[in-house]
Each structure stands twice: as C-alpha cells, then as structure tokens.
Design a protein around this ligand. Structure first.
Ligand code: NAP
Length: 316
C-alpha cells in the first residue's frame, strides 16, 4: 500500500524558504513584486488569482492585480502588460490563462519581458528550458520536480512516463526530468496500448484532464505516481463509482455541486504504487509556491542585471 504525498506541507516548506529570501531582499531595498492580470469571469481563474495574491501578502511580497472585463481585446491588454514591463517595482508578471477566445493569448504572453515571465511561457524561456539553462521554469512542472526531490525519489537513471504533451505541463516536465538524467517517454491520445507503456515507469506523471482515467493496470508495483489532473465532476453516480461512499467527497458534492477529481483513480492506484499525489492537496499547492519562488528569482535576476548596467555606466 502506497502513501499519499502531502503537497500542502511541501508547499509550506518552500514558502517558508521564499519568505526568508523575501525578507533578505527587502532589507537590501528590493521588495519582490508580482503583477497579475485577470481577464473575464472564469470562477476557477478568480479563485487561483485570489490565492496567488493572498500568498504574496503572506510572504511579504508586493502584489498588484488588474481585473479586466470579459470583452477586453488583445489591443487593450498589451498596454497593461507594457506598463508592468516598465515598472521597476514589479519583478514578475502573470496573465492568468485561459484568456477569452477573442484574445490572442500567444501575442499577450509573448509581450511579457522574458525576465519578468514568472510562468515561464515566453519563447525565450521555453528555449532556455530546452537548452537546460532556464531560471524561470513553468510552475506546475517545477513543482512536480520539487515533489520528487523533497520526497527523496531517486531520479538519475530511472524511467519516467509522462501522459500528456501540453505546453504547460507534459512537455516541460518531460524536459526537466530529462535534465535530471531520467529516461523519459511522452504519451498522448494517439499512443497505442497506453497501460503497457505506463507500466514501464518508475515515475508516472499524469496530465491528461480525464477524471480517474488511470487505474491499477497503468502502474508498475512500487512506482511513484504524480497526478496533475484537476477535473470538476458533478455526477453523483460517477463520484460514487470513483470514491464509493467516502463521506468527505459526498459532503464536498453536497456543498458545491461538484468535487475535484484527478486523472488517477486513487482507490485503485494507491494499493499498487509507493507514493501518490492526492487531488486536491498534491500538485496544486506546489504550483503557487513555485510562482512565488520564481518571482523572487526574477527580482534577483533584475537586481543583478541592474548592477551590471550600473557598472557598465561607470566604465563609460
Ligand atoms: P491539455 O492541454 O488538455 O492536454 C491534455 C493531454 O492529455 C494532451 O496531450 C492529450 O493528448 C492527452 N490525452 C487526453 N486524453 C488522452 C487519452 N485518452 N490517452 C492519452 N492521452 C490523452 O491539458 P493540460 O493543460 O496539460 O492539463 C492536464 C490536466 O492537468 C488538467 O486536468 C488540468 O486542469 C490540470 N492542471 C493542473 C495544474 C495544477 O496546478 N494542479 C496545472 C495545470 C494543469 P493529445 O495531445 O494527443 O490531444
């Protein structure tokens, strides 16, 4: 029988380290600052942004939030990003995705200065990630690597299977694992006989967006399983199928009309694996912790760049 990984505790550990870095930087006159741009009324996005802003405050960081109506155009978002690009008190800029369909998300994300791109989605940072020289790495994949390292999971020489090839989770986490000397296989919807490929994994990362899809036939005995999925399930019948009569899940459904389910079926997988991230309370909390860590890194990078520019100014 495997153990559940306490993502909240790991996130708190990282946040305590970040709070110390924030304090040290603030004492030297630079208080790390994050700007968040939120467009539209997506309830999940509002919840994520609230929790990001609150975490900034808890850690002693500066934060600024701009909320724009759902009908905002690309041309109206770009000047907001540009204002933060030029603001020396803002070190990290995050535009919450998904953006409404009329917005050119690529154009907006590419307009963030690479050194302020705390989500790690700018092509310059993606290129650095491929090359293994990135400092600002995408938060969810970086959080997954922290989970593996902080649970003492051996990486070098082991085999990982990543199910999902999205730009925000699957591809970057596969690259990060490769840079940790892991042998990585990436799977997707066209991969034949997915369970048998997944069973080769010492470390199985699942980022599909398919509730409780991964069952025990996907898991090698003793594997470490990281469940990235966050899916709202509002069918009571399906909730019973996955969780039986689990009182917590039923109470959750009664309260909200849905419960959040991962891509892994925990009842089936936990008895076979060694470690499993629960949903909620696994990968999610790490994502925010890594965003805070990235903002402090961004502030350090910008301070170092400012010092270099200052020295070059002296030489002139
Ligand atoms: P995405 O962009 O929708 O990509 C899903 C991937 O899964 C695709 O590559 C798709 O393959 C693959 N896939 C879907 N069905 C499959 C199947 N039946 N067999 C094999 N592969 C299949 O998803 P994402 O943005 O990476 O997100 C994945 C999940 O993680 C979602 O539930 C999302 O909400 C969650 N998430 C959580 C966090 C967090 O902080 N906890 C952060 C980000 C995302 P194709 O490419 O062939 O279509």
């Amino acid at each position: 029988m495997g153990n559940l990984i306490d993502g909240k505790a790991l996130a708190q550990e990282i946040q305590a380290e970040v709070a110390q870095q924030v304090q040290r930087m603030t004492e030297t006159g630079i208080r790390p600052g994050l700007a968040v741009v939120l467009v539209g009324n997506n309830p999940a996005s509002h919840m994520y942004v609230r929790s990001k802003v609150k975490t900034c405050e808890t850690l002693g960081m500066r934060s600024e939030k701009v909320e724009l109506p759902a009908e905002t155009t690309t041309g109206e978002i770009l000047p907001v990003v540009e204002r933060f690009n030029r603001n020396a008190d803002i070190h990290g800029i995050l535009v919450q995705v998904p953006l409404p369909s009329q917005v050119n998300a690529r154009e907006v994300l590419d307009s963030i200065l690479p050194e302020k791109d705390v989500d790690g989605f700018h092509p310059v940072n993606v290129g650095r990630l491929v090359a293994g020289t990135a400092t600002l790495k995408p938060c969810t994949p970086a959080g997954i690597i922290e989970i593996l390292k902080r649970t003492g999971t051996q990486l070098r020489g082991r085999r990982a299977v990543v199910i999902g090839r999205s730009d925000i989770v699957g591809k970057p986490v596969a690259l990060m694992l490769m840079h940790e000397d892991v042998t990585v296989t990436i799977c997707h919807s066209k991969t034949p006989d997915l369970p048998s490929v997944a069973r080769e994994a010492d470390i199985l990362i699942v980022a599909m967006g398919r509730p409780a899809f991964v069952s025990d036939d996907f898991v090698k005995p003793g594997a470490v399983v990281i469940d990235v999925g966050t899916n709202r399930v509002d069918s009571l019948e399906r909730i019973h199928e996955i969780y039986g009569n689990d009182p917590q899940r039923l109470a959750d459904y009664q309260k909200k009309g849905y419960t959040v389910v991962g891509d892994v079926n925990p009842g089936k997988v936990l008895p076979k694996c060694s470690l499993l991230t629960p949903v909620p309370g696994g990968v999610g909390p790490l994502t925010i912790a890594m965003l805070m860590a990235n903002t402090v890194k961004a502030a350090e990078l910008q301070r170092a760049a400012g010092q270099v520019r200052g020295r070059l100014g002296d030489i002139k």
